[in-house]
Design a protein around this ligand. Structure first.
Ligand SMILES: Nc1ncnc2c1ncn2[C@@H]1O[C@H](COP(=O)(O)OP(=O)(O)OP(=O)(O)O)[C@@H](O)[C@H]1O
Ligand SMILES: [Mg+2]
Length: 360
């Protein structure tokens, strides 16, 4: 399983630059998730890696060896496409073994690999059926199985769960998360769903506008996002952003804005002092706001809507004119229209430079 390095890789289609020069390092046998909004360049990155698209600059290496001149076939890669299609006239076993039969792999070896992969994907009981006799989720698994029977070193998945409804998607996500622990291969998985990214990835690469924003473990991205984009993209419900000003009083640094005046924890204050008296953006996670008030660290919010989700509710509130989401235990119902003080866990606050968006 190669260690994959993108070295200053860039991509333009004619005069249109779709991937700004970037560097990435994917460890041996790592599960990497590329995540970002539609059009940010995820599929293009995957297609360049697979050799289906040429790069416009830079080089990709596998274990230190350049591969960008190699044909897709010579790269030891299997790919599941965003729009897969199964052969309708072949049964599932033959769909899955198609590439192996082309490669003249022996019959016993084919049977063995198809059986093992089908068991892994929980479709072993469906091998004799035709695709039309399967549910959407089962068909999607066959499409994945068709790639996985191949003994490639690297597997690329382009939104493999995109055709599924929310419930089946969640189920497949769990199955994939379980399965990936048993497969010792490089996997590069594209999705625009940050929950999928967080549950599956050893490391996640967040992309936006043809640029890599950050690469890190799910925890690194959640706790130490490099900028406002990553902070807002990772985490559900999404982080709240409020305009504020850094002020220093009695040796303590505070962030103050319309409806709040909060003390910053010492580590953040140390970094923030260089920006004192500057306007910044305060980042406040919905889980960092509490119904219990915290002396000296409060925010006044007007509750607009309470979305009951079961054990948890999401309160949609206003702080001045800005919307603030609050994650609350639904055991304490709060009537819409209420204005009250909420506590803030100040250790979890983040601040961002208003202009560059970089986290301070
Ligand atoms: N063959 C092409 N010619 C010109 N532009 C292209 C071509 N293929 C992709 N693009 C452009 O490159 C950008 C990135 O496309 P890409 O398919 O990589 O996005 P994506 O992140 O996979 O999006 P999605 O989540 O919608 O699948 C888009 O703006 C797209 O319009
Ligand atoms: Mg795509």
């Amino acid at each position: 399983m190669p260690e994959i390095v993108f070295d200053n890789v860039e991509k333009s289609f004619g005069a249109v630059r779709v991937l700004e020069p970037f560097n990435l390092h994917l460890d041996d046998s790592e599960f990497t998730v590329l995540v970002g909004p539609s059009g940010c360049g995820k599929s293009t990155t995957l297609r360049i890696l697979a050799g289906l698209e040429t790069l416009s600059g830079g080089e990709i290496t596998f274990d230190g060896k350049p591969i960008s001149h190699l044909d897709p076939k010579a790269r030891d890669i299997a790919m599941v496409f965003q729009d897969y299609a199964l052969y309708p006239h072949m049964n599932i076993a033959r769909n899955m073994s198609f590439a192996l039969r082309l490669a003249k792999v022996s019959k016993s070896e084919i049977d063995d690999r198809v059986k093992r992969t089908a068991e892994l994907l929980n479709i072993a009981h469906l091998l004799d059926r035709k695709p039309a006799e399967l549910s959407g989720g089962q068909r999607q698994r066959v499409a994945m199985g068709r790639a996985m029977v191949r003994d490639a070193g690297t597997f690329l998945f382009d939104e493999p769960l995109s055709n599924l409804d929310a419930k089946l998607r969640a189920k497949m996500r769990t199955e994939l998360a379980e399965m990936r622990n048993t497969i010792d291969k490089n996997m590069v998985y594209v999705t625009h769903d940050q929950v999928e990214a967080m549950t599956l990835g050893d490391r996640i690469v967040v992309m936006a506008n043809g640029r890599i924003q950050q690469q890190g473990t799910p925890e690194e991205l959640f706790k130490s996002p490099v900028n406002r984009f990553v902070a807002g993209f990772i985490g559900s419900p999404t982080m709240n952003f409020l305009d504020g000003e850094l002020t220093e009083a009695d040796g303590a640094l505070r962030v103050r804005g319309d409806g709040f005046d909060l003390p910053l924890p010492e580590a953040l204050a140390t970094r923030g002092r260089a920006h004192a008296a500057r306007t910044v953006t305060l980042g406040l996670r919905p889980s960092s706001v509490t119904l219990d008030t915290v002396p000296g660290a409060e925010i006044e919010l007007r509750v607009v809507v309470s979305e009951y989700l079961g054990a948890q509710s999401v309160l949609v509130t206003r702080c001045g004119d800005e919307e603030v989401l609050v994650e609350a235990n639904s055991a304490t119902p709060i009537a819409p229209g209420t204005t009250r003080a909420f506590g803030v866990l100040t250790d979890e606050l983040m601040i961002f430079d208003r202009e560059s968006g970089l986290r301070i």
